[in-house]
Structure formats: C-alpha cells, structure tokens
Ligand binder design. Structure first.
Ligand SMILES: [Zn+2]
Length: 470
C-alpha cells in the first residue's frame, strides 16, 4: 500500500483548484553531481489575488522563472496571470541546513546517490472569500521523496502492513539490522496511536560509506533519516525513537514543554522493546534509572538541563511514571498516548496545556503529579523490573488479519516516485477588515522579505515548513 492512497489530504495537484499547492520536483544536475535542481511550482486557485514566497534555503541560484518576478533576495511574487507558475533553483546537494549550527544536519551525497532536503520556503498569499489554504507536494526524479527528505539514487521501498510507514532502502546502504525487524518495530509503534490524526511517515536508511552523519538519527517533519549502522535492538530503539519524532507536533511546544520532544521519543523507543519482548525488564529499568540522577533538573526550565541529556533520561523516567499513573487512575482505559494525541491536536502546548491534558485524561491527582515532576526538581521513584513489566509490558492486541511477525516482511516495491502530501496549519479565520490586514502584514515575525510590503490586501496567510529534531 502506498502512502499516497492513505494520506487524508491527498488529491491530485493538477486538478485541485481549491487549495494553493506548492509542488517541488527535485533531481540531480547531470553535469554536476554536487548540485540538485528543484522546480517549485505553485498552482493557484481563482480567489487568490496575490502570492509571494521566499526561499529560506541558503545559497540557491535561480535557473528559470515562469509567472513569478523576483522581489528581493530569494523572494518571488506571482504575476497574477493564469493559475500556475514556477521558479527553478539549484543548490548544493551536500548542504547542511542549519546555517548557524553547522554540526547539525549534514546532508550528504556521492556520485551514486544524494540525500537532500526540500528547499525551505515561506509563503504568503492574499485571497477573497475563504482562505484556500496551502498544501505541499514533493516528488523526486530517479529517487524517492518523503515530505522533507528525498533520496536520489537506486533504492527499494518497504511499506508497513498498515501503510503508515515507509522504509527507504538505498542500494548503497546495508542496514545492520534487518529491514523487516526495523519495520515491525516501527509499525508496532504506529499502533500506539501517538497522534490524533494519521500521519504517514518515511524513514530513510542512509549509507555510512562515503558519508558522515551528525547526528546519526534526524527527524524533519514526517521524515527521518538514520545511519545504516544503527541497531534496532537494545534498550532504546533508535528507529522507533525517530519515528516518534515524526508523529510529534514539535512546533506546538514551548520552552517549558520542549523536554517532551526527547523524553517521549526516548520512552516509547524503550516501551516498544519491552512490549514486544526485545528489551528485558531489567534493561528497561536501567534505561529509566539513568534519569534518576538529575536531582537538580526541573524539566520545564530548560536552563536546568541545557548541555545535558536530562531531557532524554529524566524525561523518559517522568513519562514512564505518568504513563503508569494514568493507567492506574483510569483502570487501564487511558495511557500517556492520550496525552500525546492532545499534544498533537494543539497549536500551542505549554506547561499549563500539558498538565491540563493529563488532568483531562486521568484526573486532578495525576495532574498534581505531573506538576510535581515537571515544575519542581522532584524525581519519580524507580520501580522494580517486575513492576514495569506488569504495569507497562502488556503488548497491544494483534490486529485481526495482520501478520505481526518479523520473519515475514511486508512487500518490497521497486523505487517508484511517490508524492506524499500534507496540509499545513494556517492562519485560521478570514476576516476581511483593514485592521486585520495591517496586523497580519506587520506581525509575521523576523526575516520575511520585501515582497510582503507590496501586499495591499484583505488578509494574508502564511505557510512555513519544518522543524528538525534529533
Ligand atoms: Zn530524539
């Protein structure tokens, strides 16, 4: 099953006239393997009166434009003619994408293959009537695209039984863990339902010959890339860890809840092992025990854990304890996954939102515990391995008609180009008043280009993509 069929917002961009669609098609430049070429095509509905976008990716060179005029550095404005226009750019295949923090995000390439990121864009549009919204699509020529990453080169794709996860297996990468094992662990994680709506995810196994990756696992949007040398066994399964990141709504967290990003990824990476019998209860307890030593750390104050891994370790210990308390308080009817789903449904998820979500799921007493373990330096008590096994270790029921075994991999398909799609969160309500227009135009935060000033509009909406997370 291909994720395109399952994506809730998937529609054919060539026929959908109601949404703005930004479609990127990416390929290698034949004459220069260090470069990729991306064509950014906009399909623009009739009620859109103006549209400007800026390419946030550094150092692109423009090859061609059609129905777009340059309005500043890497900023382009639609001419207003027709319903389609595009800008074609080239940029280095091996470019890191964190300009201010170059040790993160080494996206790499050789003559045979490249792992590249979709160009980062910021889009504003003016419209009449109702906001058409913006949808993104991504294609790779001679490769495969997820939402944010594309692998250009020969590969195979393993699709999970429920269609929620794809594993991209480049011919150039030999994962030391069997792909079927990776897939069955991640598919199991997808059944924990950590998100309020299904979000198909693409995991890229990346070669370690001829490439350096830092860090070894990196999630961007619904995609993650992991080094082929990462093992799927042991206490914290890194494949599950990165998969969990792809399901988080990371941009909703505030500094006070940022620890949830790593704490929950770490916890579920271990929990899946425990529930599937790959991690014994002693090892599970050991993983949590490493979080007990941060007695001065207050999770909702990042200053207290900067430059440590307390957000991972104490974070996992706290999530485990809250998961147990939630299960106990609800007679097993709810788990911490219910809190995860509330997070994923929130535009903003600060500490008050977090503890309120715990209360909504499990009542005021468990909320008080959540407050204690996140707003003070209190550390949950460690339990015995047997207790963890008894309280958390029960595996999810088998899905009827679905083979959960590692030994029979789901189908591998040859590397066809596919186009997962998604819809971004948008400015919500269209009120066509002048004061709204002024506020919206002025209030978009730093870094937006001069094109914005040209909009003499009713209302402006903004689309902005991607937050990388280790
Ligand atoms: Zn992580």
């Amino acid at each position: 099953m291909n994720s395109q069929d399952e994506a809730p917002t998937a529609t054919d961009p060539s026929t959908n006239a109601t949404q703005v669609v930004e479609q990127v098609t990416i390929e290698r430049v034949e004459s220069n393997s260090s470069m990729v070429e991306a064509t950014i095509t906009y399909r623009i509905p009739a009620n859109v009166t103006q549209l400007v976008f800026r390419i946030e990716t550094a150092a692109v060179t423009v090859e061609d434009t059609h129905q777009f005029n340059q309005r500043g550095r890497q900023t382009y404005e639609w001419t207003g003619n027709g319903t389609i226009g595009n800008v074609t750019v080239r940029y280095p295949a091996g470019e890191g994408f964190y300009l201010d923090d170059r040790h993160l995000g080494a996206v790499d390439w050789t003559d045979e293959w490249a792992l590249v990121l979709r160009p980062e864009t910021r889009t504003r549009w003016a419209f009449e009537g109702s906001n058409p919204g913006l949808r993104y699509a991504f294609n790779a020529t001679d490769g495969i695209a997820g939402e944010e990453f594309a692998y250009l080169g020969p590969h195979q794709v393993l699709t999970g039984a429920d269609g929620q996860v794809r594993l991209v297996l480049p011919d150039s990468a030999q994962p030391i863990t069997r792909p079927a094992s990776i897939m069955s662990a991640v598919t199991y994680a997808s059944r924990l339902e950590l998100r309020d709506e299904e979000r198909p995810s693409t995991l890229f196994v990346v070669p370690t010959t001829g490439a350096m990756w830092s860090p070894d696992g990196l999630a961007v949007g619904a995609d993650a890339r992991l080094s082929a040398t990462m093992e799927a066994s042991g206490r914290g399964n890194p494949w599950v860890h990165e998969y969990v990141h792809t399901q988080q709504r990371r941009r909703a967290t505030t500094p006070a809840t940022r620890w949830l990003d790593e704490g929950t990824a770490q916890y579920y990476g271990a929990l899946v092992g425990l529930q599937r019998g790959n991690t014994d209860p002693d090892a599970f307890r050991q993983l949590l025990a490493s979080g007990s030593r941060y007695s001065s750390v207050v999770l909702d104050d990042p200053q207290t854990w900067q430059r440590t891994t307390a957000n991972y370790r104490k974070g996992a210990l706290v999530v485990a304890e809250l998961d147990i308390r939630i299960r106990n308080a609800t007679g097993g009817n709810a788990t911490f996954a219910d809190v995860m789903r509330r997070w994923s449904a929130s535009e903003t998820f600060g500490s008050e939102d977090f503890t309120s979500a715990v209360e909504a799921v499990a009542g005021p007493e468990v909320r008080a515990q959540a407050v204690q373990y996140t707003e003070t330096n209190a550390t949950p008590p460690l339990r015995s391995p047997e207790s963890y096994e008894a309280l958390l270790g029960e595996s999810l029921p088998e899905r009827p008609g679905t083979n959960q075994s590692d030994s029979e991999p789901p189908g591998v398909s040859a590397g066809a180009t596919e186009t997962p799609t998604r819809t971004t969160a948008q400015a919500s309500t269209a009120r066509q008043t002048k004061s709204q227009s002024k506020r919206a135009t002025n209030g978009d935060g730093p870094g937006f280009g001069p094109g914005v000033a040209l909009l003499s509009v009713l209302l402006v909406a903004v689309g902005f993509r991607f937050i990388p997370t280790k």
